[in-house]
Design a protein around this ligand. Structure first.
Ligand code: NJP
Length: 243
């Protein structure tokens, strides 16, 4: 309750569901994404249905100037941030031969550097008060690589490497650092990731619901731990895709 929780990638999928759930528990979600219209609708829904005053900021996390400016404005507005959920991200599934270097660069700009930029923006204030929780949404693709996802898997491996490294650095500071590693989830993610629809077709019956994943993330916020790995059978989707 009464926590300020920044959620990047809050305009759909997991981020939107986490925002709705934390607001129901009395914490204030602070929504960030590029689609201001969608954020406005979600914030209005939260403000109508709960007691909290949900805020939203239009932000492209890959634009470091924007990241700096938005977080400065946010600190002026709310003073302190308790939890940062670094959730903004996307994937494009192609063989490496077909993949464009530009797509791979963009995935790294959002999934890795965007997440690092947001972390850098909240860290000084968390260090000053010796508390806070940084949660990075990585993926099982950051642990198990699968074919046709070399750029995405590499970006999520980078997220896990970063997460594990700063957790050690921040060990005695009172700041918790967690990674979330889901398997395939039925969200808008696949509209961009899997334009052919073949991946979704092969893993559909094993897909998670974003609400369920959001429940697990809310539990992680209440009881911080190093990693949230969703149950093994949820990864069957990725494994089947290999067959
Ligand atoms: O997907 P989706 P998910 N700057 O597409 C935002 C990971 N994951 O909820 O900017 C700022 O519904 C975008 O908003 P907008 C995945 O890698 C997923 O599934 O308005 N925000 C939207 O709100 C990602 O890290 C699966 O377009 C940017 C959000 O990101 C996280 O889960 C499996 C942005 C994406 O929401 C949430 O994805 C897994 C930018 N430049 C991990 N670019 C899965 N779905 O199967 C995008 O293991 N966003």
């Amino acid at each position: 309750r009464n926590k300020n929780i920044v959620i990047t990638g809050a305009s759909s999928g997991i981020g939107e569901q986490v925002a709705l759930k934390v607001a129901q528990l009395g914490a204030r979600p602070i929504l960030m994404a590029r689609s201001a219209e969608k954020l406005k609708e979600i914030a209005e829904q939260i403000n109508q249905q709960t007691e909290v005053n949900c805020l939203y900021y239009q932000l492209d996390v890959s634009d470091m100037e924007q990241v700096k400016a938005v977080f400065e404005e946010l600190f002026q507005e709310v003073g302190s941030i308790d939890i940062l959920l670094n959730n903004a991200g996307f994937g494009i599934f192609d063989t490496f031969e077909e993949a464009s270097l530009e797509d791979i660069e963009n995935m790294f700009a959002v999934n890795v550097l965007g997440l690092m930029g947001c972390t850098k923006a909240v860290l000084p204030e968390m260090m000053k008060k010796s508390s806070g929780h940084i949660i990075n949404v990585a993926s099982q693709a950051g642990k198990l690589a699968t074919p046709k996802s070399s750029g995405y898997a590499a970006s999520k491996h980078a997220v896990l490497g970063f997460t594990n490294s700063i957790r050690m650095e921040l060990k005695k500071t009172g700041i918790s650092v967690s990674a979330v590693n889901p398997g395939p989830i039925a969200t808008d993610f696949f509209e961009q990731a899997d334009k052919s629809g073949n991946y979704v077709k092969s893993v559909q019956k094993f897909m998670l619901h974003s609400e369920k994943v959001a429940d697990c993330i809310v539990q992680l916020m209440i009881h911080p731990k190093r990693e949230l790995n969703l149950p093994w059978w949820m990864n069957l989707g990725s494994v089947l895709y290999l067959l």
